[in-house]
Design a protein around this ligand. Structure first.
Ligand SMILES: [Fe+2]
Length: 290
């Protein structure tokens, strides 16, 4: 048993880990400041990658505009939203990170990010993504390598979003994270050297049988036939949060649904998405926040 636990943690450390623990209450300081600022949340950029209910604002962006949330390599400038959050700014500054972009991401109840990889459209530089959970709940998870990981508050978490296909789901109340895209500097290397991962933060998921996947497809086909195509797609995409999809893809189930219905145009759309989401994205396809 102990070996299994250790093997599991060893396997996941390169993908996700806790790299810093703050004093208790740091997340609440940020959450209270955000609440007090009464922010005007914008829809998430990358609209194809998310369900309804995902919102974002930049704290640091390429031009200092908080509504600019389509990330790219840059030396970022603080935004108007950060100016409303002085305690949050101090907490970020004290980390001593080499920032590329910093966003506040809000997932409303039931909201999710479909399975994908990040950074493939960016320059080839050494960078990592960090998450600081500001306000979360026990039903908010990062999904990765067939496991659900709950990132608790008062901590900074490392995610390697380029090398590991991942998604996120929030089945509880509003979830807010600060999401940092950072170039790797000495401070970050030191944090990563002290990374930890506890089995208590990870939940396993079962491998789907062919019957499981066929049942999902039948449910989706019924929705399709009722002209509820978006719901049909989401039924299949949400399988990623219920099953271990290692070696398979929930996106491919959507392509399969359209193939079975003889909708060649949509088969093409989803084949394109499978390539872009899981292998190589291009700026020309990405949509900025509306
Ligand atoms: Fe991601």
């Amino acid at each position: 048993m102990l070996n299994n636990v250790c093997n599991s943690i060893e396997k996941f450390l390169p993908a996700v880990s806790r790299v810093k623990k703050f004093d208790a209450g740091v997340s609440k300081i940020i959450a209270d400041e955000i609440k007090e600022a009464n922010l005007d949340w914008k829809n998430f950029s990358y609209s194809e990658y998310v369900s309804e209910g995902v919102h974002s604002l930049s704290l640091y962006s390429s031009n200092g505009d908080s509504s600019n949330t389509l990330i790219k390599d840059c030396t970022p400038e603080p935004t108007d939203v950060l100016a409303k959050l002085p305690k949050t700014e101090k907490i970020i500054e004290d980390l001593g990170l080499d920032l590329m972009w910093v966003r506040l991401n809000l997932l409303r109840p039931g909201a999710c990010l479909w399975e994908h990889r990040d950074y493939s459209e960016l320059e080839d530089k050494k960078r990592l993504r960090l998450h600081l959970p500001v306000q979360t709940n026990d039903e908010a998870f990062l999904i990765l390598e067939g496991r659900k990981v709950h990132m608790h508050e008062d901590a900074l978490w490392k995610l390697n979003p380029a090398d590991y296909i991942h998604g996120a789901v929030n089945n509880g109340s509003d979830r807010i994270h600060i999401v940092f895209d950072c170039y790797v500097n000495e401070n970050l290397e030191n944090m990563v050297r002290q990374e930890v991962l506890d089995e208590a933060w990870i939940r396993g998921m079962q491998t789907p049988t062919d019957d499981d996947l066929n049942t999902k497809l039948v449910s989706a086909l019924r929705l399709y036939q009722q002209d509820r195509k978006k719901e049909a797609e989401e039924t299949l995409l949400r399988s990623f949060y219920n099953y271990d999809f290692t070696g398979k893809s929930s996106l491919d189930l959507v392509r399969e649904m359209y193939y079975l219905m003889g909708d060649k145009d949509q088969v093409g759309v989803w084949e394109n998405r499978i390539t872009r989401f899981l292998k190589q994205e291009s700026f020309e396809f990405l949509t900025p926040a509306s």
